[in-house]
Design a protein around this ligand. Structure first.
Ligand code: DC
Length: 220
């Protein structure tokens, strides 16, 4: 347990609903929400903007030395500029897993994430929060859904954002590829920790999932 503070860890694969659910829980419990995927995405955005290949770890590490990533009012800033919209583009979806598997990148991000968890009650979502970043969290949740359902949600999101030429099949293949990289990488792969509650969101509404989590936490 984490003393008097409330620390909630949320992990799971892409498109399972982690951030939507975690944001709602944060609002209900009046605690801070931290989206760790956004941090990996912000670095990936800089990598792409600099014309660097997402597999070129040497150049990425060099770039990271002169990079600042921080949150202000729940919005993510890269080198002082707000980038919360740009980091959701499909080019970032398709490169972020390569950047996130670099050991030194993870070390830097994990240390920032632990620092962020020190001052407030928080709910943090990602892939390694319950296993690596905050192993002493008061509550851990592993949020999942079938790969078809996750692809359906991501496809809808992309279409709504204006990426009209993308097919469901393409999104499904991209998600499967990301799942594979995230769960088979050498450092901190995505996996359910033994002490986390699994929530399958496949046939549930967001509200049902939120209620389930609040009930598990004893209605806090
Ligand atoms: O949750 P998301 O889709 O925004 O995450 C983007 C990528 O970042 C995902 O492919 C895996 C990686 N990630 C990670 O490795 N560890 C985290 N704690 C959060 C995200």
């Amino acid at each position: 347990m984490s003393g008097d503070k409330l620390i909630i860890a949320v992990d799971g694969p892409a498109g399972a609903g982690k951030s939507t659910i975690a944001k709602k829980i944060a609002k209900i419990l009046e605690i801070e929400y931290i989206d760790t995927g956004a941090m990996y995405r912000a670095l990936t955005l800089k990598v792409i903007k600099n014309g660097i290949d997402s597999k070129d770890s040497e150049s990425i590490l060099k770039l990271m030395e002169s990079t600042s990533i921080c949150f202000k009012d729940n919005k993510i800033y890269l080198d002082g500029t707000r980038v919360d919209k740009e980091i959701r583009e499909n080019i970032i979806n398709n490169n972020v897993s390569n950047v996130a598997k670099i050991r030194e990148v993870r070390e830097e991000m994990v240390s920032m994430q632990r620092e962020l968890s020190k001052s407030n009650n928080i709910i943090m979502d990602g892939r390694d929060i319950g296993t690596v970043v905050l192993p002493n969290a008061n509550f851990k949740f592993f949020i999942t859904a079938s790969v078809e359902e996750r692809a359906k949600r991501r496809h809808k999101e992309l279409i709504e954002k204006g990426e009209k030429n993308i097919s469901y099949k393409q999104v499904l293949a991209e998600i499967q590829k990301r799942d594979k990289i995230d769960s088979t990488r050498e450092v901190a792969p995505l996996r359910k920790s033994f002490d986390s509650y699994e929530i399958d969101t496949t046939n549930k509404t967001v509200e049902e999932c939120v209620d389930e989590i609040i009930t598990i936490m004893g209605g806090r």
